[in-house]
Design a protein around this ligand. Structure first.
Ligand code: ARG
Length: 461
């Protein structure tokens, strides 16, 4: 049977139902270029061990090159009868170099060690491309921070006005989780730097093939230490899926804020026309669909991770066919981020921030109350008393429908003898932000330093 890698001990081919269930070429085809690279390396290892002559190796590598071109050009496609990418490509190679030579390539390897290696190779490449997209998003956020470097906004806890902060500080707060995601990829890559090729089906091979040769050829620093682990583990795939899910969550939290900021009630941002959508019935609408899709797709990314973890849970060693289910979720997560991240970065880069509106709301909700309390502490009032006094001031202002700075001197002194008119020096949002100058604080000097550290951390990756 064309495209079958097994069958000697079977009376007939698989039932159509089994073939349909078993088939994976519709989703494992992205592994094709990696499979061919693996085959080239394996052919060299076979030749080094004396199983292919020099001429055979040359013919084999030429055949693999031709097959790679045909795959890249779309001229070679999986056939209906091919079970998976590996069987399909063996059929393709045999078509080119003949069954005599083509039939030698499979010696000493199994699809089990192949697929474990190829998925790692693909994920390592994708870690690089996704990281580049994440860096673009960090750049977009950092550029907005720079373009609006003096803007002050109401900082929130519990979604309530809390304390004024620099918009730049808030935007950088969204950068740091993304920087850690980049660092996660770098760290993951250290663990993914081991090649399972040579593990065979589970126990290794008897042919004396040099697995280190293959590993080096495929860009791995080393070979796995245990062939069972090499073929049966998928924790690295799950960890990769976690990183993509975490990126999704980081985008989703920012997306939620964009959606809020874009409401009429907030009025903090306007979305660029190219990065927002209209309504089919309401002509006035301009919707934050990119942010909403980011929030929605984070659910899908989390689902891919939990689906994969559930597949792995309870699997006995070594290889089980369940493991074929590792590819669709993680490939989907990759594709999701490859489409989402550029759109999201474009939306951020083209946002218009209404900094006047932010500044107007920054002192609202008595957001300078902590400043008053800390001013009292500097005058040696205990924080417990300071909290109490400031609380009374807030209550007074609320009852009289005033902002804190609108309470007159006489009333201040009735609330507490400590509340002398000098307290007004802390009742400005600029002063409040400027004074939060401890490490990691929102003071402009600290935020400028923070920006430099952020840039350095991304460069150091
Ligand atoms: N396509 C399979 C996978 O992705 C590899 C084939 C291993 N099949 C087997 N019967 N051992 O996991």
């Amino acid at each position: 049977r064309a495209g079958a890698l097994w069958g000697g001990r079977f009376a007939g081919g698989p039932s159509p139902e089994l073939a349909r269930l078993s088939k994976s070429t519709q989703f494992d085809w992205p592994l094709a270029p990696y499979d061919i690279r693996g085959s080239r390396a394996h052919a060299r290892a076979l030749a080094a061990a004396g199983y292919l002559t020099g001429d055979e190796l040359t013919a084999m590598v030429a055949g693999l090159d031709e097959l790679a071109d045909a795959v890249a050009a779309g001229r070679f496609q999986p056939a209906e009868t091919d079970e998976d990418v590996h069987s399909s490509l063996e059929r393709g190679l045999i078509d080119i170099v003949g069954v005599e030579l083509g039939g030698k390539l499979r010696a000493g390897r199994s699809r089990n060690d192949q697929v474990a290696t190829l998925v790692r190779m693909l994920l390592r490449d994708k870690a690089v491309t996704i990281s580049a997209h994440v860096i673009d998003l960090i750049d977009a956020l950092a550029s907005q921070a720079e373009a609006n470097e003096h803007a002050i906004m109401p900082g929130r806890t519990h979604l309530q006005h809390a304390q004024p902060v620099l918009l730049a500080h808030h935007l950088f707060a969204h950068c740091w989780p993304l920087v850690r995601d980049l660092e996660r990829f770098t760290d993951w890559n250290k663990r993914a730097d081991f090649s399972p090729y040579g593990s065979g089906a589970l126990a290794g091979n008897t042919l004396g093939l040099d697995a280190r040769l293959v590993a080096t050829d495929l860009g791995f620093g080393a070979v796995v230490e245990n062939s069972i682990d090499g073929t049966a583990s998928r924790d690295l795939v799950a960890e990769f899926a976690f990183i993509t899910a975490q990126i999704g969550i980081d985008l989703s939290r920012l997306a939620e804020e964009i959606i809020l900021w874009n409401t009429r009630e907030f009025g903090f941002v306007t979305l660029d026309d190219g990065y927002s959508t209209g309504s089919s019935i309401m002509p006035q609408k301009k919707n934050p669909d990119i942010a909403e899709l980011a929030r929605g797709k984070s659910g899908r990314l989390i689902g891919n991770l939990t689906g994969l973890l559930t597949t792995l849970k309870g699997l006995p060693l070594a290889y089980n066919r369940d493991l074929q289910e590792d590819k669709e979720p993680v490939f989907d997560s990759i594709e999701t981020l490859e489409v989402l991240l550029p759109a999201f970065s474009g939306m951020i880069a083209t946002l218009t921030f209404h900094t006047d509106r932010m500044a107007e709301l920054a002192p609202a909700g008595f957001s300078l109350a902590t400043d008053v309390a800390e001013w009292l502490v500097k005058r040696h009032v205990s924080f417990r008393d300071a909290h109490e006094i400031t609380g009374s001031l807030v209550k007074f202002a609320e009852q009289h429908d005033l902002d804190l700075h609108e309470v007159d001197d006489a009333s201040l002194l009735t609330i507490s003898a400590h509340l002398t008119p000098e307290v007004r020096e802390v009742l400005s949002i600029q002063g409040s932000v400027d004074r939060r100058d401890g490490q990691a604080g929102t003071a402009p000097v600290r935020v400028a330093e923070q920006r430099a550290v952020l840039v350095a951390r991304v460069r150091a990756l």
